[in-house]
Design a protein around this ligand. Structure first.
Ligand SMILES: [Zn+2]
Length: 451
């Protein structure tokens, strides 16, 4: 063999085997989902009905899965912040309705006030007008409000002490399908329910149609429910919220996003495709870094379909499946049975090697922190030093999962950040050997050393 040919072979062998590995040392990436998983699932429950906590929560706990529960704070006994109308005297508003019909100018104020006129049963006009307005039937919504005020003026509704116009149990039945007399969850109960594992977010004070309310009253419902949660459960539970009836109304979303870092209703981000609960768009066809795929199992949604959502999430790498449950075991809207919940949670639990199950708040935090993060690595002789920062502020405090390529000869690796020793696993892929670990952004340098 000539010397030249020998050199050529050595050069090729070096290029193929040695250089790629050496070239990667120090390269650090943030995995798409926590723990290097290929997809995420958030299991959320709306309306705060009792079986979320008596039936679903224990099933989640048995499998170590976190849930997100959106609660209607005004329905909890003893809540200080109750439903009210924020605005002018309702007597004046009633008088004005005798003079002019409802139009774009006065609709939101009238539809906000109509539940609080001091007469029984007027909340039904708010509900009906809200449903019509959200369907785009604006004039029909105005007409319903006119009809309601006319009836009140003509004495068609019985007067009531206090402004809250119906017994809470009757209202719960109307808006959340909770039979009168069914037990309600209490703040004391919630405080005892693993508040460090599960998320308990706001679903407003009284579950109204925010889209037909004026700004002051939208803000009151969203802000005061947040304050009740903060006082009873702590600031960690004021990160995400869900405005009722899955509204996407822009006025509501604008005020909601001023008050909460995240709304399950909508999350406009350039790197995120949102697929609504009612949409037939299939994930996996989208080109953004992430896809939020919201699915709401109803009573007759087949288990095969629900399992398929999990399979699709597992087969892709960019899907965040956000499940929206309402009733459980006979209590609440469109309930799923305990047996179905058990089977479904078992199915999800068996796939947690690939799927990260996270609260809605944690799913949001991970995605946003990763997209905003800056990561860099310095190499010193015996160590790699990684810097991880983001500019989102202190509420974005979820650790991110990092992979840093290390020299192939390193076998006993220690990863530390400040005084904290991070658990680290050594793995190999086509680019070389890397160490995978969790790191806290904005909390100082991470040191990777071979022992
Ligand atoms: Zn709801």
């Amino acid at each position: 063999m000539s010397r030249l040919l020998f050199r050529l072979i050595v050069a090729i062998v070096f290029a193929v085997f040695a250089r790629p590995a050496l070239g990667q040392v120090g390269e650090t990436t943030i995995t798409k989902w926590q723990g290097g998983k290929t997809g995420a699932i958030s299991i959320t429950f709306d309306d705060g009905t009792i079986n979320h906590f008596r039936v679903a929560r224990p099933l989640l706990n048995e499998r170590d899965l976190p849930g997100t529960f959106y609660i209607v704070t005004g329905a909890l006994p003893g809540t200080q912040e109750t439903g009210t109308f924020v605005g002018r005297s309702v007597e004046n508003i009633i008088k004005e309705t005798a003079r002019d019909t409802t139009d774009a100018e006065n609709f939101f104020e009238r539809a906000s006030a109509i539940r609080y006129l001091g007469y029984k049963g007027t909340y039904t006009y708010h509900m009906e007008a809200g449903g019509l307005y959200e369907q785009g039937r604006v004039q029909a919504a105005y007409d319903v409000i006119d009809e309601g005020y006319r009836k009140v003026r003509q004495g068609g509704h019985e007067k009531k002490d206090g402004s809250w116009d119906y017994p809470l149990s009757e209202y719960m039945y109307e808006v959340m399908a909770v039979e009168p007399g069914v037990e309600l969850v209490t703040w004391e109960d919630l405080r005892s329910y693993d508040t460090d594992v599960h998320e308990f977010g706001s679903h407003t004070i009284t579950h109204p149609y925010l889209a037909v309310m004026d700004a002051k009253n939208i803000r009151y419902e969203l802000r005061e429910s947040r304050e009740a949660i903060r006082r009873h459960l702590g600031t960690a539970h004021t990160f995400s919220a869900e405005a009722p009836f899955g509204t996407k109304n822009e006025r509501v979303m604008e005020i909601g996003h001023e008050l909460y870092p995240a709304l399950r209703n909508r999350m406009p981000r350039p790197y995120l495709t949102e697929i609504e609960r009612g949409s037939d768009v299939q994930p996996g066809t989208t080109s953004t870094a992430y896809t939020l795929w919201q699915r709401g199992p109803l009573s007759d949604t087949p288990m095969t379909e629900m399992k398929r959502w999990v399979d699709v999430t597992q087969e892709n790498d960019n899907i965040w499946l956000v499940l929206v449950f309402h009733g459980i075991e006979g209590i609440g809207w469109e309930p799923k049975s305990k047996a179905e919940m058990k089977e479904y949670l078992d199915y999800i639990d068996a796939r947690t090697k690939d799927l990260w199950v996270a609260t809605f708040a944690d799913g949001t935090k991970y995605m946003q922190e990763r997209m905003d993060a800056r990561v860099s690595t310095e190499r010193r002789e015996d160590a790699l030093t990684v810097t991880l920062t983001h500019s989102l502020g202190p509420r974005y405090d979820l650790p991110l999962t990092l992979r840093t390529y290390v020299p192939g000869a390193w076998s006993n690796i220690r990863v530390s950040q400040g005084d904290t020793q991070h658990e680290a696993t050594l793995q190999t892929d086509e680019k070389g050997t890397y160490v995978q670990y969790q790191a806290q952004p904005n909390e100082g340098r991470i040191h990777i050393r071979n022992q």
